[in-house]
Design a protein around this ligand. Sequence first.
Ligand SMILES: NC(=O)c1ccc[n+]([C@@H]2O[C@H](COP(=O)([O-])OP(=O)(O)OC[C@H]3O[C@@H](n4cnc5c(N)ncnc54)[C@H](OP(=O)(O)O)[C@@H]3O)[C@@H](O)[C@H]2O)c1
Length: 322
Amino acid sequence: MFLLKAWRATAFGVYGITQFTKSAFQEHAKNFRAEDMQVRMEGKNCIVTGANSGLGYATVEGLASRGATVYMVCRSKERGEAALSKIQSSTSNPNIHLEVCDLSSISEVKLFASKFSSKDKPLHVLVNNAGILVNTRETTPEGLELSFAVNVAATYTLTELMMPLLEKAAPDARVITVSSGGMYMSPLTKDLQFSESKFDGKLQYARNKRVQVALTEKWAEAHRDKGIGFYSMHPGWAETPGVAKSLPGFSERMSGKLRTSEEGADTIVWLALQPKEKLVSGAFYFDRAEARKHLPFAGTAGSHSAIDDVVDSIRSLCNLSS
Ligand SMILES: NC(=O)c1ccc[n+]([C@@H]2O[C@H](COP(=O)([O-])OP(=O)(O)OC[C@H]3O[C@@H](n4cnc5c(N)ncnc54)[C@H](OP(=O)(O)O)[C@@H]3O)[C@@H](O)[C@H]2O)c1
């Protein structure tokens, strides 16, 4: 096990340093097609979680600048209002709205979903972007390990509860879940709350991000005929408030080499704009292309077969009826 973990860390480090940096983005961007982004989004309703900073902010700006109606889900009214007003002035789009919801609380997620659903509007794009990496184990008042609550439980609950509105927007509906290259470091595990061994925040983040990729596959399969596309993606390594706070050493070491938030969000916006026929539901994307879900010899490839058990556990932890 020690050797396998060491191999995963080495393979991830080499892959990351050659592919996830700013210079790698610039290299990959040589193959990007400008016309892919020349798409208008008037009349399209989008939800972006974790929208007041970093990649979420850049995503809202990308969607709003193309005319979309965007609902920004933020936990802080003040930070949300400040971001909204900046984006309204940078895009001149009046159709940007703030929804305050702390995603670490599953009851708040349910309340938001029910309030939003009462608008009865088709939902064309749901971007599950909010995410955290915590270095010490914290438990929410609902008894969930904090990073699992935000990264997995909220993502799952919100997506499930938005299905009827997504179906209303079919065949043009899509769910984009912002995972991380960090997920290459972990197989899918059933210890969702990291309660079976000493807590390791970075490993828990990798586990959460692996669940998001496997969940996306599962949704794609389960909703194959409903006109909803499900995509997970990773942004590479971008300089954001989240990275500076959770990974200060990495942030310092990589100073000058990290992507901007706009570069990190590029594939999120691209996935929102492409014709569905061009995309593969259930796939994992990076820099506007389908990416591998497993690194060679990392021992993670067979693990997604546990997804049904994982889904059952998430549903039960979130008190969602089966
Ligand atoms: N930046 C990277 O290099 C990188 C790499 C791989 C994956 N990612 C993923 O990209 C996504 C965005 O991260 P980022 O780098 O842009 O970090 P960020 O700047 O910290 O943004 C995260 C956003 O999520 C929000 N959030 C956190 N906890 C929340 C909660 N309980 N309820 C509601 N919103 C909450 C934050 O709100 P507050 O401002 O209120 O905290 C913030 O708006 C995450 O899923 C992250 O895992 C980032």
